[in-house]
Design a protein around this ligand. Structure first.
Ligand code: SAH
Length: 401
């Protein structure tokens, strides 16, 4: 058993149960731990702090499994954590069969993502610690969920920072089909787990999708007609389908990826929504200006762009991009229109995002209310001792008459 001895004063975050040990906090390593091996983390005065997985290549030099010296980090420990994570998601399956069943640090399994799509699971191993338990994790996941197969999408660039190679392929059981069909709040979606973003679907937007579905239904009740909506950065049509399910009259969706739009079209067909859906392959920044110049108006606009800021170095540029789309999105709204606007950049926090959107509102010279706020769903819980886990935020704005 190797020991990681911290510099004096660097024990504070671990005493608050923050799970990361930065390379800069380590004074010395006693022993020769392998990548992923469990080490004992000690304060400079020798006090026990945590059991952690060692990651020599990463600036996150170790990620904690447990702060209790009595714990033993073995197969049974990992199995228990997996089963607890899966059990915590059980209530969600009443609404959907697309659920994140393991969310890394929040589930005490740092770096492990597991998404369930019907009978299949998709994993992402993003840290050396969980990587070392890969075969066991594949086996336990099959047993605990009754899944037919586990497909591994450990191909995120973040793996390189952990010194792990990029890998995608079957981990256990059977190969999943090319499109797995899932049903969420009454809407069918096809998920391609091999090439899709993340593990194939933006599971984290479930609550926002349900809200737009309800908003569209309410619009019809109040106005006696369905809404005309614009969904920007539509990907495979998540929000578009939710709006159509809510009986919108017309949904125009924009994305720059032909592959994503092909899946979106197929998803519309799956639900018999094709007649009310229009798909545009175009850059959103250009498209919003073109629609404005053409005098187009919508009852509702959704802006759910990719992560504009990949780190805090890119926040200024990202802020300009967020402001641009929000301003041009607002300009397309009818009086009484609604804007759903999101950011999934962890480096842009809730306060900053609100300020950026407020800047767009000021420039639009319109009177705007914020009537709702969103984050990721309950299967992406925020571990309160690790605020870095927060990334997705959204606002529901209403343009006053
Ligand atoms: N809203 C989607 C997820 C968005 S992912 C959902 O709920 O499922 C981001 C999407 O933006 C991707 O599909 C990507 O192809 C698209 N994209 C990225 N930059 C773009 C741009 N400048 N113009 C149009 N689409 C863009």
């Amino acid at each position: 058993m190797a020991d990681l001895i911290l510099k004096a004063g660097k024990e504070k975050s671990l005493l608050r149960r923050h799970p990361w040990v930065y390379d800069t906090a380590v004074q010395r390593v006693v022993g020769k731990p392998q990548p992923g091996e469990t080490v004992r983390v000690l304060a400079n005065n020798g006090r026990f702090l945590a059991w952690a997985a060692f990651s020599p290549a990463s600036t996150l030099r170790a990620r904690c499994w447990s702060y209790d010296e009595k714990d033993v980090i073995d197969d049974a420990f990992i199995e228990r954590r997996l089963r607890e994570a899966i059990a915590a998601r059980a209530p969600l399956f009443a609404r959907t069969n697309a659920v994140r069943v393991v969310f890394g640090e929040a589930d005490g399994l740092p770096g492990l993502i597991v998404d369930q799509y019907g009978d299949w699971l998709v994993t992402q191993f993003q840290a050396a610690g969980v990587e070392a338990w890969r075969p066991l994790i594949g086996r336990v996941l099959m047993e605990a969920t009754g899944a037919r197969g586990v497909f591994d999408r450990s191909d995120a660039a973040t793996r390189q920072r952990e010194g792990l190679e990029i890998r995608a392929g079957l981990l256990a059981g059977e190969e999943p089909p090319q499109a797995i069909e899932v049903v969420e709040d009454g809407v069918k979606y096809g998920v391609d787990v091999r090439v899709g973003h993340k593990t194939g679907f933006y599971i984290d937007q479930r609550e926002s999708r349900l809200t737009v579905q309800r908003v569209a239904e309410e619009f019809r009740r109040v106005h006696g007609r369905g809404m005309r909506a614009l969904n920007c950065f539509c990907y495979t049509g998540g929000f578009s389908l939710a709006l159509l399910k809510g009986s919108a009259d017309e949904v125009v969706s924009v994305d720059s990826s032909e592959e994503a739009l092909a899946m979106a079209r197929a998803n519309a067909e799956r639900n018999d929504f094709s007649g009310r859906a229009e798909w545009i392959c175009e850059d959103v920044f250009t498209c919003l200006r073109r629609l404005r110049d053409a005098g187009e108006h919508f009852d509702l606009v959704i802006l759910d762009p990719p992560k504009f800021a990949s780190s805090h170095y890119h926040v200024d540029r990202a802020a300009r991009a967020y402001k641009d789309i929000n301003l041009n999105g607002l300009k397309l709204l009818e009086p009484g229109g609604q804007l759903f606007t999101f950011s999934c950049s962890g480096a842009v926090d809730v306060d900053l995002f609100q300020k950026i959107v407020a800047g767009a509102v000021i420039d639009s010279r319109r009177n705007v209310w914020a009537v709702g706020r969103f984050g990721a769903g309950a299967d992406h819980p925020l571990l309160m001792t690790c605020p870095e886990g927060e990334y997705l935020k959204g606002m529901h704005l209403a343009v006053r008459p």
